[in-house]
Design a binder for this molecule. Structure first.
Ligand code: HEC
Ligand code: HEC
Length: 428
């Protein structure tokens, strides 16, 4: 049975219905230990049994999960016995017996993100009050103060790299890197400022982008099951635009292309994090060497051999440098060839080595005017579909052409160039 107090809280939570809260701790209050009060004369043992053990036994997430997707649980700091819990927390420097209010475990519990939800706040207050009452009572008991710690460490036993990687701010950074920078490709139909027609035809769920708010967009993708945490490859976010399931927008992504790789990079990692699947620092996938951002700068290739119909064609742009060309691509784009029209066209993504100066300027979405070498690759063997982590390389290079353009943005101001097959002189 829910107490009337809980009912009020639940109703408040619904009424507030803020769109951009962080849904973390399960919003169902049923298993949260009731806010028991402790009478002044209660012993530390009574408080431990009534208020700390229920936290230990609870299957509900603790307040820590509001910032730590996995890897850190308040339960990790509790042992079934009061004495072992106390002695080990003291030995780990988490309880301050001189100044109990200053105990580090209390500081951990007090950490609060700026947009904490009402339910999370409630959970946090209960945890704090329980630990505070227990610690204050416990430090006054000589037999606890003299208890010796055992040799089992207390707290999460994961490497700090894993705890760091599982932090929600890190997860959000990876989401921005890998997915948020790509959704410009989907915005015409999925962003609420631009998709009135799609909404009228298909319903509100097509508006899955939350304007200027990557965290809210991620939260929505999880809540609306666009991300399949149990089987990330089966996420609708991938299956719709690759046409593995029917998609009102048609084919927007090809298995193994750059967008697909980025989506998988985030989704696979998120699923493993959510399952607490990392035990060592070595298991954590390193971030991509390159960062990128989708632009509205378009490139069209004409005279593309019709035999490449429906094969993935990738163009990399290299800026002029000295007498030749830079070694690093500055923009890329990949899409299927329209063979009958001998045509390929797509918007460009700007790319830069992670940490480079240009990486900080990508958001401006500008490609400096001037001369570039376009290297053209075609996946003629379908190797990316077989292994989405594969890359097109020199063995897939089929053409290259110099392009001089001001690179204006807009579909109507597309830069055009003819496809030039690789000749003996310009072979790599
Ligand atoms: C408001 C967000 C937030 C909450 C809530 C939060 N943490 Fe953290 N935690 C962080 C951040 C940020 C770091 C990174 C290091 C730092 O700033 O101290 C961190 C780091 C840690 C670490 C790594 C080691 C260390 O000493 O830095 C541990 C362990 C940890 N937190 C435990 C907890 C526990 C236990 C809880 C819940 C009682 C919790 N955290 C709640 C934000 C939070
Ligand atoms: C030209 C318009 C258009 C573009 C561009 C487009 N889509 Fe869609 N998408 C639709 C329409 C219409 C629907 C609704 C019908 C359906 O579910 O297939 C839809 C549905 C979806 C859904 C299911 C949403 C839900 O909650 O049911 C997902 C996921 C999706 N698209 C992903 C994408 C991704 C990812 C991109 C960009 C890479 C993209 N779409 C680009 C038109 C588009």
């Amino acid at each position: 049975m829910l107490s009337p107090r809980w009912l009020i809280l639940v109703c408040l939570a619904c009424a507030a219905c803020q769109p951009a809260t962080t849904p973390t701790v399960d919003e169902s209050p049923v298993e949260v230990p009731p806010a028991e009060t402790t009478a002044p004369g209660d012993s530390a043992a009574q408080i431990f049994t009534r208020r700390i053990l229920p936290i230990f036994q609870s299957k509900k997430p603790s307040s820590c999960t509001e910032c730590h997707l996995s890897g850190v649980h308040l339960q990790d700091y509790i042992r079934p016995s009061q004495q072992a819990t106390f002695a080990n927390l003291v030995a780990a420097g988490l309880i301050d017996v001189e100044q109990p209010d200053e105990s580090k475990i209390l500081k951990f519990i007090q950490r609060t993100p700026p947009q904490s939800s009402l339910i999370n706040q409630q959970v946090r207050e209960q945890e704090y009050e329980a630990f505070h009452a227990w610690i204050v009572a416990a430090v006054a008991q000589p037999e606890l103060l003299s208890a010796a710690a055992d040799d089992q460490p207390i707290g999460p036993q994961l490497p700090v790299e894993v705890i760091r990687h599982a932090r929600r701010d890190q997860v959000l950074a990876s989401f921005v890197d890998n997915i948020w920078t790509e959704v410009g490709r989907c915005a015409a139909c999925h962003s609420p400022d631009r998709n009135q027609k799609q909404v009228a035809e298909h319903g509100e769920q097509v508006s899955w982008i939350r304007l200027n708010d990557p965290q809210a967009t991620l939260d929505h993708m999880l809540a609306a099951d666009l991300i399949n945490v149990a089987d990330p490859e089966k996420s609708l976010l991938l299956q719709k635009p690759t046409l593995l399931v029917e998609h009102g927008g048609g084919q927007k992504v090809v298995v193994g292309d750059r967008t697909y790789k980025q989506f998988r990079r985030f989704l696979d990692d998120y699923a493993r994090l959510a399952a607490g699947g990392y035990a060592t620092a070595e298991q954590i996938p390193p971030p991509a060497d390159e960062v990128s951002v989708v632009t509205d700068i378009w490139l069209k290739l004409t005279d593309v051999p019709a035999e490449y119909d429906q094969q993935l064609l990738q163009v990399d742009l290299y800026p002029a440098s000295g007498d030749g060309w830079s070694n690093e691509r500055i923009a890329t784009s990949d899409r299927l060839v329209a063979g009958p029209q001998k045509l390929w066209q797509h918007s460009l993504s700007l790319t830069a080595p992670r940490g480079s100066k240009f990486a900080t300027q990508l958001a401006e979405q500008k490609l400096p005017p001037g001369k570039y070498l376009a290297k053209i690759y075609v996946d003629q063997t379908g190797k990316l579909q077989q292994d989405f982590t594969a890359q097109l390389d020199d063995s897939d290079l089929v053409g290259q052409v110099e392009i001089n353009s001001r690179w204006p943005a807009g579909y109507g101001k597309m830069t055009k160039a003819p496809f030039r097959p690789l000749s003996k002189e310009n072979a790599p």
